[in-house]
Ligand binder design. Structure first.
Ligand code: PMP
Length: 447
């Protein structure tokens, strides 16, 4: 296998100074058998080069944001220009208006937005705003959905769908976990049970409308409509966490994606009729909208957003929020994404790769469930479908760990987690897909 001695050396050094050697636990190789993660030195287009000079095809895409490919010239140009004009002002700029308009045009449920610095902040603030607006305190969320690392969303399910949560991290007080009810995704009766029990206390039901955090998982037809109807029936708000899904599948977000399975509406219906039943009150954004720089945003219905300071009583602020570098990179990224044919190209390559992987696994008798949505897909080593977190958890982590390392040694970089998706970028080519399929065929054969 190829040498990664310099990564190993750097990992030893990093362990001395940085907790766990990494600045986000998802980057550690703990879930794939441990050892040194690969220290990357440079990225261009669809490729990484590590500190030992090895080249990789990248399907991590930095956990989603890098949809244009690394160092896309248009985005890079925007960042260079922003740097030359000064990166941080602490004043409003016109760029923020331009960008807010672009987001509103693409995602019609956003009457007003606010920019923050990460998906975590965006989600955290939607919860505060929902609580301020409704005067209630509890949140209902879904097992396996990840919403960042703030206290209220690091809470696991209690012992049944209508029971209060338990901390999912040390340092989250039990009293905070008691504000959260976690139910299985795609399970309408469980949601009904939870809302029956806690209805008058629930400020919001929060969901990834298309799940990106335990694989790529679509809502079952009718699930999102039921979620919105049930939430509104008890006077709670609906929050969509679209940190992964916005601008992932089309120029817009999951809430207006033509591939979103809806039960009640004809596929040919107008967009507004088709999606009215699943429109959220608040939406959290991040990842892609920063073009590779740190960003988050949240927005939604005018009267709800007007709860936020300085107009309203719900406080939220940020020294770095709306900084010109992130905003200008985000504008540039969306300018690239709104060009004709971008998403069709991503989808075509992803379909070729996902179908090829499934065929290869079948040839070698390796159980593999591939969930593909547009240009992203997940690979679970199991023979059952993956429609909720329990099913994703039941996939074989040890087989995934072996596959991950076999692929890495063949120059293919995946996320070191059995739950993470593969992301295609505008920089990936048919040759990259062919090379990846060849590597995967060898890896699957030797499993
Ligand atoms: N929500 C979702 C759906 C996410 O996938 C993530 C990050 N993976 C977050 C929120 C948190 O975003 P960030 O890491 O930018 O804080």
């Amino acid at each position: 296998s190829i040498s990664r001695s310099r990564s190993e050396q750097l990992y030893k050094e990093a362990l001395e100074h940085i907790v766990g050697g990494v600045n986000s636990p998802s980057r550690s190789f703990k879930a794939v058998g441990g050892g040194a993660p690969v220290f990357m030195k440079r990225a261009q287009g669809a490729y990484f080069w590590d500190e030992d000079g090895n080249k990789y095809i990248d399907y991590l895409a930095a956990y989603g944001p890098i949809i244009t490919g690394h160092a896309h010239p248009h985005v890079t140009q925007a960042i260079v220009e922003a740097a030359q004009d000064g990166t941080l002002y602490g004043t409003p700029t016109e760029h923020e208006i331009v960008f807010a308009r672009m987001l509103k045009e693409a995602i019609p449920s956003l009457d007003k937005v606010r920019f923050v610095n990460s998906g975590t902040e965006a989600v955290m603030t939607t919860i505060r705003v929902a609580r301020a607006y409704t005067g209630r305190s509890k949140i209902v969320k879904f097992a396996g959905c990840y919403h960042g690392h703030s206290d209220l969303v690091l809470v696991a399910a209690g012992s049944g769908p209508s029971t209060l949560g338990v901390p999912d991290s040390a340092g989250v007080p039990g009293s905070i976990a008691q504000e959260v009810i976690t139910v299985p995704f795609n399970d309408i009766p469980a949601l009904e049970e939870a809302l029956d029990r806690w209805g008058g206390d629930v400020a919001a039901v929060m969901v990834e409308p298309i799940v990106g955090n335990f694989g790529m998982v679509l809502p079952k037809p009718g699930f999102l409509e039921a979620l919105c109807r049930l939430a509104r029936g008890i006077g709670a708000l609906v929050i969509y966490d679209e940190v992964i899904t916005a601008f992932r599948f089309h120029y817009g977000s999951a809430q207006t994606y033509a591939g979103l399975p809806l039960a009640a509406v004809e596929p040919g219906a107008t967009t507004s009729a088709r999606f009215a039943a699943v429109e959220p009150d608040l939406t959290a954004l991040g990842k892609i909208i920063g073009g590779g720089l740190p960003i988050g945003a949240y927005g939604g219905r005018r009267e709800i957003m007007e709860q936020v300071a300085p107009l309203g009583p719900a406080y939220q602020a940020g020294t770095m929020a709306g900084n010109p570098a992130s905003i200008r990179a985000g504008i540039a990224c969306l300018q690239v994404l709104r060009q004709e044919g971008v998403y069709a190209g991503l989808e075509r390559l992803a379909a070729r790769l996902a179908d090829g992987l499934a065929a290869s696994a079948a040839r070698h008798g390796v159980p593999l469930t591939v969930n593909r949505i547009g240009g992203a897909f997940s690979t679970h080593f199991c023979s059952h479908p993956v429609t909720n977190y329990d099913e994703a958890q039941a996939a074989d982590g040890e087989v995934f760990a072996k596959f991950f390392r076999l692929m890495l040694d063949r120059g293919i970089c995946l996320a070191p987690s059995k739950y993470e998706a593969w992301f295609l970028t505008l920089a990936h080519t048919d040759d990259d897909v062919s090379e990846t399929l060849e590597a995967a065929d060898q890896a699957l054969r030797s499993l």
